[in-house]
Design a protein around this ligand. Structure first.
Ligand SMILES: Nc1ncnc2c1ncn2[C@@H]1O[C@H](COP(=O)(O)OP(=O)(O)O)[C@@H](O)[C@H]1O
Ligand SMILES: [Mg+2]
Length: 249
């Protein structure tokens, strides 16, 4: 089976500072991988580097998407190929409504023009799943949205754009129980399509009881300190991330 994402011994960071020191990762269609680790470990950096954020520089290693080397590709081209990154702090975009934003992203991709026909129905349906007031579609993107509403808007983008690879960066943080449940139902909906894959970056081992996943990776100090299954949750709950820090010394 072709991998959706293959990362080979990736070294990357900011111009003046290497932040990722040899990351390798393989993700197949239908899989959800969890990325955990302490603050400052480089989790968001990895998300940005996979997305092709130009602020970061890859110094060696490769990122392959569906078998194609995309290491040098622009973020825009990666997005069109089907990579999606939800931001830890979604930006407010005055002057563009949520609905128009989504429509323009779909319209800008010639492969997706057919989706414009049922855009409104899909938008309504997905907003219902996320328990979003339909009025939000007409509001400026994220402007004046509460933290929880911004996160819902991110998941709405996920469902509308249906990327091949979705990276959710701490989408679960700062949510109350009800909003969390709603967000997770959106995640589940996305996971139903087994041609898609997902990376969930989180701090919270609790949500791992509620979401389906295939693998957990613990990122510490720009390296994957451990990869494995659900047994890692107990390790983290017991010894925190410090256990992995000690392992490395
Ligand atoms: N734009 C930036 N300028 C300076 N330092 C940064 C920048 N982005 C990230 N860093 C640093 O890189 C390290 C990794 O950050 P990040 O990837 O955000 O960690 P995580 O998401 O795991 O908390 C941190 O030490 C952080 O301070
Ligand atoms: Mg982060």
């Amino acid at each position: 089976m072709t991998k959706i994402l293959q990362i080979n011994d990736l070294f990357a960071g900011l111009e003046e500072k290497e932040l990722l020191h040899g990351i390798s990762l393989n993700i197949k269609p239908g899989e959800t991988h969890i990325l955990m680790g302490p603050n400052g470990a480089g989790k968001s950096t990895l998300g940005h580097v996979i997305m092709g954020n130009p602020s970061y520089e890859v110094t060696s290693g490769q990122i392959l998407f569906e078998g194609e080397d995309i290491t040098e590709l622009s973020a825009d081209k990666r997005a069109k190929k089907g990579i999606f990154l939800s931001f830890q702090s979604p930006i407010e975009v005055p002057g563009i409504t949520l609905s128009n934003f989504l429509r323009s992203v779909i319209e800008s991709n010639p492969d997706r023009h057919a989706e414009i026909l049922n855009f409104k129905d899909r938008l309504e349906e997905n907003m219902k799943v996320l328990k979003m007031d339909p009025k939000y579609a007409k509001r400026d993107l994220n402007v004046g949205f509460s933290g929880g509403e911004k996160k819902k808007a991110e998941i709405l983008q996920l469902l509308m754009l249906n990327p091949k690879l979705a990276i959710l960066d701490e989408t679960d943080s700062g949510l109350d129980v009800d909003a969390m449940k709603t967000i997770l139902s959106g995640v589940e909906r996305f996971q139903k399509d087994k041609t898609r894959a997902m990376i969930i970056i989180t701090h919270n081992t609790k949500i791992l009881e509620k979401v389906h996943f295939d693998k957990i990776h613990v990122l510490v100090d720009g390296k994957i300190a451990k990869s494995g299954g659900a047994e890692i949750i107990d390790e983290i709950n017991k010894s925190g991330f410090e256990g992995y820090l000690a392992d490395k010394k």
